[in-house]
Design a protein around this ligand. Structure first.
Ligand code: ZN
Ligand code: MG
Length: 436
């Protein structure tokens, strides 16, 4: 859905933002898991955003100026290795397929970079992100500096290329939103499947397996992050990923899971009763979190700023905590003194895109930034009640989060993950009528 022209436009746009100089953007390395086996390969988000090229051992070089050019350095064709590890484009075919001005074998990178950097003022680079790449960049620069006596100048500034790319990536275009919608749809189907397979006695990992099955069955390449399948009290551990306990009758199950499609993430949380019916206490807390989420989503529109949805959710939650006797004092006191943090300790969302916690500043000039069409974010209020003497016993161990993925539009917002049920009646119906 995102074609070669789009990638070319992005590289052109980057060159324009750079003004002058050279950007060097490597993809991610393959990472060993143990001995000679590797983690499944995942390219670097910046590199892939600009190229669409998914092979490891590749570097993009963008030369800014009147006539911007993009060069790809990649692995050469290797008939023997391809028998073992699969297809490689090689420079010639990659140049053709991905629309680079030129392409070279990756082995030539260190020899060619100093030449390309001659008489350039700026090197745009992800300095500090990776020690080995930092050392290589210093090596290229020193090579250029060695030639000063022949009248060649070396770049005097190393600038962080991510600052430019983060702003580009923050605003999603139609093609990107279409991919994100697909990731959201598959993830919704996975949550529904997980709900149907949940019952007392089933293990968390069995439910996780249902999620993974649905992700891969529809062609999602991987989970976008490690799925959280947390029954009962486990839901009060925010990053619980053990996923190995049996589900108990009368407990809730919190699932935070989303897949990655063509490099874009979905991030959904649903919480529902293992036996199909909310208890009165669970229902009270659930309705509160749902109301907070609805209040937050209502704030997502042009003219609002990043923090508005969070503040709206906080207000609803804080009042609810007072009503449930979790917090004491007036609404203003609970908000100002932060008493609510005992039960709601995270923010209401984050940018979403190629990375599940996507790039982009949340503030500009020290002010929360304004929402713009094409920004995509999560809305995920929650409530996590750990046992304590001053906490009503019937609420102990209740952990609830409801998370949707939302894109800002010209007229308000779209909830990409609306297909995953979250109303109490909807959830109970789905859980008790598993044939549906
Ligand atoms: Zn999230
Ligand atoms: Mg999440």
């Amino acid at each position: 859905m995102i074609n070669e022209t789009t990638y070319r436009q992005r590289r052109w746009h980057l060159a324009h933002l750079m003004g002058s100089g050279i950007a060097v953007i490597p993809t991610a390395p393959e990472r060993p898991r143990n001995r000679d086996s590797h983690y499944p390969y995942r390219y670097d988000s910046y590199f892939h955003y600009l190229t669409g090229f998914g092979e490891p051992e590749a570097v993009l070089v963008v030369v800014a100026g009147k006539h911007p050019r993009s060069y790809l350095f990649c692995r050469e064709k290797h008939p023997d290795r391809e028998i073992w590890d699969g297809f490689r484009y090689g420079p010639a075919a990659a140049r053709e397929a991905f629309g680079f001005e030129r392409a070279f074998p990756i082995a030539k990178l260190d020899a060619m970079l100093p030449k390309l950097l001659e008489n350039q003022e700026n090197l745009f680079f992800h300095l500090g992100a990776d020690g080995e790449w930092d050392a290589r960049a210093v090596g290229w620069l020193n090579k250029v500096r060695e030639q000063v006596r022949s009248g060649i100048t070396a770049p005097t500034a190393i600038r962080d290329v991510r600052v430019l790319l983060d702003e580009m990536r923050l605003i999603k275009d139609g093609g990107e939103i279409a991919v994100m919608q697909r990731a959201a749809d598959i993830s919704c189907a996975a949550h529904i499947r997980a709900m149907r397979r949940t019952a007392p006695g089933v293990f968390e990992h069995e439910v996780e397996a249902e999620l993974l099955h649905e992700f891969r069955r529809h062609g999602a390449q991987a989970p976008a992050y490690t799925s959280i399948v947390a029954g009962g009290a486990n839901a009060c551990t925010l990053h619980y990923v053990g996923n190995d306990a049996p589900l108990r009758d009368g407990d809730l199950l919190l699932i935070d899971a989303g897949c990655e499609v063509d490099g874009y993430a979905a991030d959904i949380t649903r919480t529902f009763p293992v036996n199909g019916r909310f208890s009165p206490a669970q229902r009270d807390v659930y309705q509160l979190v749902l109301a907070a989420q609805e209040a937050a989503i209502a704030e997502i529109t042009i003219g609002k700023c990043w923090d508005d949805p969070h503040q709206a959710a906080l207000k609803v939650l804080a009042q609810g905590f007072i009503d449930l006797k979790l917090c004491r004092g007036s609404l203003d006191e609970v908000l100002e003194e932060g008493h609510y943090k005992r039960f709601y300790m995270h923010r209401t969302g984050h940018w979403l895109g190629r990375d599940v916690h996507d790039v982009g500043d949340y503030k500009r000039d020290r002010k929360w930034r304004a929402l713009e069409p094409g920004m995509t974010l999560t809305v995920e209020p929650g409530c996590y009640i750990r046992p304590a003497d001053d906490v009503p016993g019937h609420l102990w161990h209740i952990g609830i989060r409801i998370e949707d993925d939302v894109v800002v539009t010209y007229t308000g917002c779209d909830v990409l993950t609306a297909k995953a049920p979250k109303g109490v009646a909807e959830i109970e119906e789905l859980l008790t009528d598993k044939e549906k």
